[in-house]
Design a protein around this ligand. Structure first.
Ligand SMILES: C[S@@+](CC[C@H](N)C(=O)[O-])C[C@H]1O[C@@H](n2cnc3c(N)ncnc32)[C@H](O)[C@@H]1O
Length: 240
């Protein structure tokens, strides 16, 4: 490994699988969701930014299929704990499981998490309450509208997890919007970078952007850094 930065990342963040006291509480909320077979009416934001249809979906089904696994959510938690970002953005709250991990990573941070489906975000709000988490602001609505409104506040974005609307054009658009609020210490994490040809294209575009000085491909997520102290631009693929 030729990069001391990546070496540290592997040792202190990727490979540090210690349990933390609140992991159990968050996972117990996940288990409750997985056992909840109630139906909720969900607006589908899957095709671009326009709401195409509403449908009835089982809470357990969403909990089983749409949330980041404990392994990855705990990795995001460790990244926040290690890099101490102050302003964190999550695009795609769902039931707030990964949001809880992100928010617990740095109690001094503020997490702005975005969700379009109001029935889903209501459940996320209840979960934040159950877990006693207060450093989260949930912003309800289509990212296409809520993200530009939020970015008008001109807050620096120190860390972002982009986990919603996994299509090429929207993903690139979110990257470009966030980029103008990033600094050299910001970190952007993209979910499902190899999920489809569109996401492969988006990931290629993102990692090759000239502001990106290092990318780390963990297969299920891709991470980009903008630090200027790296000697040359490098792309790493790491088994996680
Ligand atoms: C994969 S889930 C997020 C999972 C969550 N980050 C976790 O790991 O627990 C993606 C969420 O993004 C929301 N979403 C997708 N496209 C959206 C859009 N254009 N605007 C608002 N919300 C959207 C969906 O409703 C869905 O709940």
């Amino acid at each position: 490994m030729h990069s001391p930065f990546v070496f540290d990342l592997i040792i202190n963040v990727l490979n540090d699988r210690k349990n933390e006291p609140w992991f159990e509480a968050i996972e117990s909320v996940r288990q409750t969701l997985k056992k909840n077979h109630d139906f909720i009416e969900v607006e589908d934001f899957g095709a671009g930014s326009a709401v195409i249809k509403s449908n009835q979906r089982k809470i357990s089904r969403i909990a089983n299929s749409s949330l980041k696994s404990a392994k990855y959510a705990q990795l995001l938690h460790r990244m926040v704990k290690y890099f101490r970002p102050k302003n964190i953005v999550e695009l795609g709250t769902s039931f707030g499981i990964t949001s809880a991990y992100l928010a617990k990573g740095n109690p001094e941070a503020h997490l702005y998490t975005f969700e379009g489906a109001s029935s889903i975000s209501n459940i996320a709000q209840q979960n934040f309450k159950k877990l006693g988490i207060h450093n989260i602001e949930l912003i309800n609505g289509d990212f296409g509208k809520t993200l530009p409104n939020f970015l008008e506040k001109n807050l620096p974005i120190d860390f972002a997890f982009i986990d919603g609307n996994h299509r090429e054009k929207p993903t690139i658009a979110y990257f470009e919007s966030l980029l103008s609020h990033c600094n050299e210490h910001s970190i952007l994490v993209f979910d499902d970078i190899h999920w489809s040809a569109e996401m492969e294209n988006a990931w290629d575009f993102i990692k090759n952007n000239q502001s990106v000085t290092m990318s780390v491909d963990l297969f299920f997520i891709g991470i980009v850094f903008f630090r200027k102290d790296f000697k040359e631009k490098q792309h790493f693929t790491i088994q996680f």
